[in-house]
Design a protein around this ligand. Structure first.
Ligand SMILES: [Zn+2]
Length: 402
């Protein structure tokens, strides 16, 4: 490995590893500017971030929606199958009766993100007429798009979760979407295409990056600014490689969900964004295979465990990050003719799910047996951030708040 002398006279490796990038970033203040200036697509968030709601400690939230449909019998009814969720519930609050909003896949998850029972004809592959959680948070807090993300397992259709069509909100406040198979956000996609697969910057590449930075941000040049721009570019390039780390090689039943959870974990450790929605999908294999479905649930639990481990092990995240997990709905009471599980019998197994919330503002070891609703998640998260989910029909889940 070649070494070079940096401006402070010490030697540092030229390779683009975590330490050198972070050091370069710190030296130039690049991380401080990352949320706005350094990340070109993020320039929209002009207002300063309002840090916390009074008296609350939560600074960021990960909301995991087990779309695809999972019964309580296979989650908290089978604790051996979900050791990480059980542990999470022990350290947080468990809701045993969350009434689901809608019994179609797409509308049910959409309802969780809008806080409205989207009964009024949400068709597949259209956006909601209502604002999503992501838009509320970005607009009210003045956040750039790199602060609010959705990672998905379900492909193109789930792109619609990133924002709705409400005139006061919409695309300009949407979440950035990351999918195990690619990045859907157009601006972000452009960035990846320009930077390509990150590697140590050779001279030609560094020139290209500098040129790009100038074009994107209107940098005026100057020695110091050039150095800052280069450091920022390296940070961005590094981030792109970190986001995809360990994702592409995932295979088998539940791989889509595992990827979505891994992306969320990578995002958290690299970016520490304010809000990440994770949309799983693979449990719907249950229509044809109960065993496959059980495996998907176990794998999702393992992915959630990794996410929690990352948070517990990171000083910045540990005492300021909330995780909330719930299925979009359950499944039928009885097996179908293929020995699978559909979702259409109207039973309580279908209409009620368990959900767990964990974080610095949630009660520990509390079990709430009263009815709540899956649409309560959005106003609850908005509340944690001191934002308002103005059009949501859900309620803040006060039973979980300390
Ligand atoms: Zn289904």
């Amino acid at each position: 490995m070649t070494k070079r002398r940096n401006d402070h006279g010490s030697e540092e490796p030229r390779r683009l590893d975590r330490r050198s990038v972070l050091r370069a970033a710190a030296a130039t203040g690049a991380f401080g500017g990352l949320a706005s200036a350094a990340w070109p697509m993020g320039s929209l968030g002009a207002r300063a971030f309002t840090p916390l709601a009074p008296g609350l400690k939560t600074e960021r939230v990960v909301l995991v929606v087990m779309a695809g449909g999972v019964r309580s019998r296979e989650t908290f009814g089978s604790p051996n199958q979900i050791p990480n969720l059980v542990q999470m519930a022990r350290e947080g609050t468990l809701f045993t009766r969350l009434r689901t909003a809608n019994l179609g896949h797409f509308g049910a998850s959409m309802s969780i993100f809008t806080g409205i029972s989207e009964a009024r004809g949400i068709r597949d592959n259209t956006r909601a007429p209502d604002p999503t959680l992501f838009e509320y948070i970005r607009k009210d807090l003045g956040l750039a798009s790199n602060e609010v993300w959705v990672t998905t397992a379900g492909g193109a259709q789930q792109v619609n979760y990133s924002y709705g069509l409400h005139p006061e909100y919409g695309a300009r406040f949407g979440a950035t979407i990351l999918d195990g198979d690619g990045i859907f956000n157009e601006e972000f996609k452009g960035l990846v295409q320009r930077y390509g697969v990150p590697r140590p910057l050779d001279d030609e590449r560094a020139d290209q990056v500098r040129e790009l930075r100038r074009t994107l941000r209107g940098d005026r040049g100057g020695r110091d600014e050039g150095r800052v721009a280069e450091a920022r570019a390296r940070v961005e390039s590094y981030i792109l490689s970190e986001l995809g780390r360990g994702v592409t090689e995932m295979r088998g039943a539940g791989a889509g969900d595992a990827k979505a959870l891994r992306l969320a974990r990578n995002l958290l450790s690299v970016f520490k964004p304010k809000l990440i929605g994770v949309v799983l999908q693979d449990a719907d294999i249950a229509h044809g295979s109960f065993n496959g479905y059980s495996e998907v649930v176990r794998r999702a639990d393992a992915g959630i465990g990794e996410l929690l481990e990352t948070i517990r092990g990171d000083e910045t995240l540990r005492d300021s990050t909330a995780v909330m997990v719930l299925p979009e709905f359950g499944r039928d009471k009885d097996l179908n003719a293929r020995r699978g599980l559909d979702h259409g019998d109207g039973s309580d197994d279908l209409r009620f799910v368990h959900g767990a919330v964990w974080g610095p503002d949630f009660k520990r070891g509390k079990v709430v047996k009263d009815d709540h609703r899956t649409i309560d998640m959005t106003p609850t998260i908005a509340h944690l951030f001191g934002a308002k989910a103005k059009f949501s029909k859900g309620s803040v889940m006060k039973a979980a708040l300390g």
